[in-house]
Design a binder for this molecule. Structure first.
Ligand code: AP5
Ligand code: MG
Length: 217
């Protein structure tokens, strides 16, 4: 099965993407995580993308399309994948359609996750992540056991993402409304959109998704 998780910053794409990949045996393709890894490694792509990401803007379509083309062709994506953060523009959505068609594959479902804006901003300001395994925590809704360090890597102090400042979060939400939200009607028109509320707890949201997609709850 091939699934896209669509929704604004902080709605839970990364959180649910990880759980679904684990529960369903699919590859997780998170373009934001791939870019952050490139930034951390200081690759030419990372150096180029860093400023754009910190400004809350989108990295260019050709770069993102190539990245997903390569990643989705890896063996672990053969049984299915969940896309977190891609596509984000109509150009990317068209490229994804063409790519899958050329492989005689198709996109099965696009999940549109939604939650009120004030909730998104609160989730993002309290988000922290493990610098090593990238597991996401939340100081309010999902704190680590000791309040500071990763449960799985007790030597690692959790960190805040560079783009989770108030100013950049506002910009990311504007960019979402302008460039990504139009994809909801794009996929609605294709009959692939399934809207799911992301307002409940992480486990509640996962249960709804897993049942809808036929995965282990
Ligand atoms: P990306 O990493 O994709 O960021 P984003 O879309 O802004 O989304 P976030 O990762 O901030 O939120 P999320 O929905 O994953 O929420 P999470 O699960 O962490 O992209 C970053 C940047 O990379 C972009 O701005 C752009 O520059 C670039 N980029 C990436 N892809 C691109 C593309 N295709 N094209 C161009 N540029 C691209 O949850 C948030 C917090 O809430 C966490 O603390 C979590 O623990 C908590 N939480 C989650 N669910 C719940 C719940 N149900 N209840 C309570 N708390 C919850
Ligand atoms: Mg994310």
């Amino acid at each position: 099965m091939r699934v896209v998780l669509l929704g604004p910053p902080g709605v839970g794409k990364g959180t649910q993407g990880r759980k679904l990949a684990h529960g369903c045996g699919w590859a997780l393709i998170s373009t934001g995580e791939m870019l952050r890894e490139a930034v951390a490694r200081g690759t030419p792509l990372g150096v180029e993308a860093k400023k754009t990401m910190e400004a809350g803007m989108l990295v260019s379509d050709p770069i993102m399309i190539e990245m997903v083309k390569e990643r989705s062709a890896e063996p672990d994506a053969g049984l299915g994948f969940v896309l977190d953060g891609f596509p984000r523009t109509v150009t990317q959505a068209n490229a994804l359609d063409s790519m899958l068609q050329s492989r005689e594959q198709r996109l099965d479902v696009v999940v549109g996750l939604e939650a009120p804006r004030d909730k998104l901003a609160r989730r993002l300001s309290a988000r922290r992540e493990c610098p090593l395994c990238k597991r996401a925590y939340n100081l309010v809704s999902a704190p680590p056991r000791d309040g500071l360090r990763c449960d799985d890597h007790p030597g690692e102090l959790l960190v805040q993402r560079e783009d989770d400042t108030e100013h950049t979060v506002r910009r990311r939400l504007e960019v979402y409304d302008r460039q990504t939200a139009p994809l909801l009607s794009y996929y609605q028109g294709q009959g692939r959109l399934r809207e799911v509320s992301a307002e409940g707890t992480m486990d509640d949201v996962y249960r709804t998704l897993a049942q809808a997609l036929g995965c282990r709850v």
